[in-house]
Design a protein around this ligand. Structure first.
Ligand SMILES: [Zn+2]
Length: 83
């Protein structure tokens, strides 16, 4: 059984992966485009936003998700048009 926290992390990861493709490296948290970097590691895939510091990761060896919320104040300070 997964905990609620893990289920939430899995959903954030799914959104992050979707926005990365649909919004041109867009962020699921702050909605910014061209600000998310995808890192392919040997054991996991990570999405991280350079604007709001939102982070989502899936480890395919352990089948676990991890996510860390972005900061709304940072997102507000950097309008989407700038990034
Ligand atoms: Zn963001």
């Amino acid at each position: 059984m997964r905990t609620n926290e893990e289920r939430s992390a899995a959903q954030w990861y799914a959104r992050a992966a979707h926005c990365y493709v649909e919004k041109h490296q867009g962020c699921a948290w702050c909605g910014c485009s061209y600000c998310v970097f995808r890192s392919l590691r040997p054991d996991r895939v990570e999405f991280s936003c350079s604007v709001c510091e939102f982070f989502a990761c899936y480890n395919h060896e352990t089948d676990r998700y991890y996510s860390s919320p972005g900061q709304a104040s940072l997102a507000d300070a950097a309008p989407a048009a700038v990034c």
